[in-house]
Design a protein around this ligand. Structure first.
Ligand code: ZN
Length: 504
């Protein structure tokens, strides 16, 4: 069975051939840590967590690199005054690195809550300024970039003049791009509006700044991913992932930087996770159709009738293929919860069915088969599961096969124990395969198993949110958190070393 991956670059499902047999280098664009991670981001990272787990389950040795963007992040129009870090530091009156720390911690807590595995390397942009300056120098030397007024820009027209194709990933035509771009950034500095910043001169108000051959400034966002992916995975690596919204310009720029720098395409397989909607509408703070990941778990929101366990959220997310739009709604979550419970209950039944089989050894197999007890071919079922996984990581199809097994487990359980429909070997294979897919590949946790650990994590998140509320003098909210927890039998105790909790 061969693994097939949909490659956004060729728009085709291709047989996956890693550069180094049995090994996979995978880079996924990480968060910009200037605010709380939103649910759409969680969906993207969860998709790649499932892909990461699947690759490992299929026997690959994976080096998974996911960066942290902590060095200022230009908005799409490239206006330096819109730098999100600068804005947020002014808003919160914090040091930029305090913002970075605060939201990096939040990011890790949220991903941990949904049982995402950490990447193998999590490099930061600020930790790779030297590499980014070196890349910029190399691009200038090779004639692909030019300095202008203390900033350095990538020369898109020059790139195309040399027979390369800016726009190959997003399937955009450079002439159209030129006609449709307003020159908001670096007015008068850039040769062409589509040229993008590799290095930006820092204005006097800009707090995050580093010395460079072009004066004090900071690196452009697109460059950090090229610098870090090249450093840890090589000039060409296997898989690059990210949200669909990053295709253009971010990933397009990464391809251009990589090709211009190293004369080779940086990535063999580009993978993009689709967006998440809520009640069939785009999630957006401005329209109010918005919910933080934690609020789905705590139930503190206006969209869902009850809180949902993180594993149920995870299960719901994986019921859509990563390339499809995922829509969450109250009904979808309730249905996921029902399915999740049915699945976990079935898994609990398996050991007792096996025990029964073993204690009735002398009874013939297939003896007195009841008409409802369908013969269930476990080996071909296992094959189907792997086919789904190998078919561009098709989680919804995999889940549908898992439920085919679940239905059969309930049937097995209903039939008298002395009637053996499956062989012991098949039962064992069924249990082993199901457990591997449910826990290792889908990354689900039983509610009991995850409760203690997750309760601790959840409470720590709530304690931190309460501290933040108190810091910003929102005592109404901080008291609300304390009182609501108390009503649930959880008492918060403020001491000299911070806040702890006691379960009453
Ligand atoms: Zn990136």
């Amino acid at each position: 069975m061969q693994l097939k991956i949909y490659n956004s670059l060729t728009s085709e499902k291709e047989i996956f051939k890693p550069i180094l047999d049995g090994n996979v280098g995978m880079y996924v664009c990480g968060p910009t840590v200037y605010s709380n991670v939103h649910l759409g981001n969680v969906r993207t990272f969860l998709s790649f967590d499932f892909i990461y787990r699947s690759l490992m389950h299929l026997g690959y040795k994976v080096r998974y690199v996911r960066n942290i963007t902590d060095a200022g992040h230009l908005t799409d129009d490239g206006d330096v005054n819109n730098d999100r870090f600068v804005k947020q530091t002014r808003l919160e009156k914090l040091e930029p690195m305090e913002i970075v720390q605060k939201y990096t911690v939040d990011f890790h807590k949220v991903l941990d809550l949904f049982n995402l595995l950490p990447p193998n390397i999590e490099p930061t942009a600020t930790g790779h300024i030297v590499e980014q300056i070196e890349l910029t120098q190399k691009l200038i030397e090779k004639g692909f970039a030019y300095e202008s007024n203390g900033s350095v820009y990538f020369d898109v027209l020059e790139y195309n003049r040399r027979g390369l194709n800016y726009g190959e990933l997003s399937k955009r035509n450079i002439e159209e791009l030129f006609a449709n771009t307003r020159d908001l950034d670096g007015q008068g500095e850039k040769k062409n509006p589509q040229d993008f910043a590799l290095w930006k001169k820092a204005s006097p108000a800009h707090i995050m700044r580093w010395n460079s051959p072009w004066g004090e400034g900071f690196p452009g966002w697109h460059l950090e991913c090229t610098a870090m992916s090249t450093k840890y995975l090589g000039e060409t690596f296997d898989i690059h992932g990210g949200g669909m919204d990053l295709k253009f310009p971010h990933h397009e720029c990464e391809i251009a930087q990589g090709k211009a720098c190293n004369d080779t395409a940086p990535v063999n397989y580009w993978m993009h996770a689709n967006m998440l909607t809520m009640n069939s509408q785009r999630m957006s703070k401005s329209t109010g159709n918005y919910i933080l990941p934690m609020q789905l778990v705590t139930g503190e929101n206006d969209f869902f009738e009850k809180p949902f366990h993180p594993s149920i959220v995870r299960f719901c997310f994986l019921q859509a293929h990563y390339r499809s739009v995922l829509d969450i709604s109250n009904d979808a979550m309730i249905a996921s919860e029902k399915g999740f419970i049915r699945l976990m209950e079935a898994l609990k039944l398996l050991p007792s069915i096996q025990e029964n089989y073993k204690s009735n050894k002398d009874v013939d197999l297939f003896n007195n088969l009841s008409p409802n007890a369908l013969p269930f071919d476990v080996k071909s079922w296992v094959n189907k599961c792997y086919e789904a996984l190998n078919d561009d990581f098709n989680s919804p199809i995999l889940i549908s096969y898992i439920f085919e097994a679940v239905n059969n487990i309930y049937k097995l359980n209903a039939v008298k124990s002395e009637i053996k429909i499956l062989s012991i070997e098949d039962l064992e294979l069924l249990e082993k395969t199901l457990n591997a897919f449910v826990f290792d590949v889908l990354g689900l946790q039983t509610i009991e198993e995850s409760n203690n650990e997750k309760l601790d994590q959840t409470l720590n998140v709530l304690i931190e949110l309460r501290n933040q509320a108190r810091k910003s003098k929102n005592f109404e909210l901080s008291d609300q958190i304390r009182d609501k927890l108390l009503a649930e039998g959880i008492e918060l105790k403020d001491g000299r070393d911070g806040t702890t909790y006691v379960l009453n």
